[in-house]
Design a protein around this ligand. Sequence first.
Ligand code: MG
Length: 158
Amino acid sequence: MEYRIGNGYDVHALAEGLEMWLGGVRIASSCGFVAHSDGDVAIHALCDALLGALALGDIGKHFPDTSAEYKGIDSKILLAKVMELIRKEGWDIANADLTIAMQKTKLSPYIQQMRECLARVMVIPAEKISVKATTTERLGFVGRSEGCETYAVVLLQR
Ligand code: MG
């Protein structure tokens, strides 16, 4: 068996009056993410981890934020496209692990839903995807609720 590991990181700024999408799930919140796409920072970090594992560049290279095609796009579509690239080369997911850092919005009620949603889009069992949420103890831009960041690690096998 051959293995590849990849990591991804993404940040989006928070702003009042926008829809919040995270891990493919609509989160009840008065604010959302400022972005060219739907701003799903968790999916973006996951896509970068997948692309990174195969040294295929990053999400900005594959889906440029200057392209009208990707304006307001559902990030689940981007994740499905990245999975196509992974599978085309014969790889499958061993596991993926995400850590979402956000201060104000409580994510624990959504964790299971995110795992199931990501698993559906990636066509893998939910047991292979971990989603964790943390605050940053009110420190830094996350702690001041100026934005949200996500770290992702994936292991591929074939
Ligand atoms: Mg992004």
